[in-house]
Ligand binder design. Structure first.
Ligand code: NAI
Length: 364
């Protein structure tokens, strides 16, 4: 079987990480093109990844600050072409499949173009910025009669989350009643405002709750407790969300994106006959200089590196078979609907019902 020729749109932090992954760790695939309005960044990345691993030079997101001169149109560095226009990359005959890692506001148009050109796509979350545009994407894909979109909810591919899902599904602990989630980042840029905490961070636990309970979220309340004084932009951080499932089960989520310490994601499931917790970070415990403990990951790339590798490898393998193997456009739509209600809850200080189309009416 021929290698899957992948094009990546948006090569900032996440896109550069995926680019390095495809080049260095994924089998059955080749990175053939990248696109980013920041041309020096795209050029630097293409050049650095065209060098064999281990040769000095910028790699991954470090390439983002590279000083390669800006070019226009399409250029190639060692086989990885830089195509300025993302829609041209999607339509390019030399690109078999696309990874979208542009900011959320660009996803809707780029997803529609992937559908138009029948290109399989792994789209980073959020699917789109709101419920309506997400539903349009779901409907357009359904019309094609083939699933082409997979959404980047990578927690589903993390070995710990996967083991938790397997345990809960086995029924060994009885029915699952509650989920307690913690999602903390060391810090985020000042441009990361209150709504983004819902749409870009909480969205992961929205998907986790839907996936672990295998149920839709009927109602969401997002509380804004006393905010940290360590962010200058007035963002409501931390936030505490209550997700009420259609079955009556409940998930709570603390999201705190300026926690200062490091990246921490935890989930405890409480069931009828026991509980199970993941994300305790108890890897290697060391004792030194009068203290004991372990390390806190710096960011999501360190904590979820394996999950991203598994996610992309399984997406490549499934794409070669003409399938997807992970969260669907519907999952992205459902998460967008919950986050839209969550932002309203945050703004109005009250619980908000989630408004969603019926799956059977949209997908038959
Ligand atoms: P970033 O700001 O580091 O990078 C975004 C890149 O996209 C920049 O290089 C920018 O120049 C480029 N860009 C801007 N407008 C564009 C357009 N119209 N078309 C193509 N490229 C465009 O952002 P980051 O953190 O890399 O996030 C990118 C996406 O990945 C977002 O959807 C974000 O939510 C998602 N993400 C997912 C994570 C996960 O754990 N699954 C973690 C971090 C981000």
């Amino acid at each position: 079987m021929q290698d899957l020729r992948i094009g990546i749109i948006g090569v900032g932090q996440m896109g550069a990480d995926h680019a390095e992954r495809v080049v260095r760790r994924i089998s059955g695939a080749r990175l053939v093109a990248v696109s980013d309005p920041d041309l020096p960044r795209a050029n630097a990345l293409a050049e650095s990844l065209s060098r064999p691993a281990g040769i000095a030079g910028a790699t991954g997101s470090a390439a983002a600050t590279g000083s390669a001169s800006a070019q226009t149109g399409s250029s190639a560095a060692g086989g990885i072409r830089v195509i300025e226009d993302p829609l041209a990359l999607i339509g390019d005959a030399g690109v078999d499949a696309v990874i979208i890692a542009s900011p959320g506001f660009a996803h809707a148009e780029q997803l529609m173009a992937c559908l138009e050109h029948a290109k399989p796509v792994l789209c980073e979350k959020p699917l789109t910025m709101d419920t309506e545009s997400s539903l349009r994407v779901v409907e357009a894909e359904h019309k094609l009669g083939r699933q082409l979109i997979q959404v980047g909810f990578m927690r589903r591919f993390d070995p710990e989350y996967a083991a938790l899902k397997q345990l809960l599904d086995s029924g060994e602990l009885g029915r699952t009643l509650l989920l307690h989630n913690v999602h903390r980042n060391k810090s985020v840029p000042e441009t990361f405002r209150s709504e983004m905490i819902v749409r870009d961070s909480l969205v992961h636990e929205v998907d986790v709750a839907r996936w672990l309970f295998d149920d839709e979220i009927a109602r969401i309340t997002v509380h804004a407790p006393k905010p940290t004084s360590l962010v200058a932009n007035g963002a409501l951080d931390p936030q505490l969300a209550i997700l009420e499932m259609a079955s009556g089960a409940i998930a709570d989520v603390e999201v705190f994106v300026n926690f200062q310490v490091g990246y921490e994601v935890r989930c405890e499931a409480v069931a009828e006959k026991g509980s199970a917790t993941i994300g305790l970070g108890v890897d290697v415990l060391t004792k030194r200089a009068g203290q004991w403990g372990g390390a806190v990951p710096e960011d999501y790339r360190a904590r979820f590196g394996t999950a991203y590798d598994v996610e992309v490898q399984r997406w490549v393998d499934a794409t070669q078979r003409g399938e997807i193997d992970g969260p669907t456009a519907w999952d992205g739509y459902a998460a967008a609907a919950v986050c839209t209600a969550g932002i309203q809850s945050l703004q109005e200080g009250r619980p908000v019902e989630v408004e969603m189309a019926r799956k059977s009416e949209v997908l038959g």
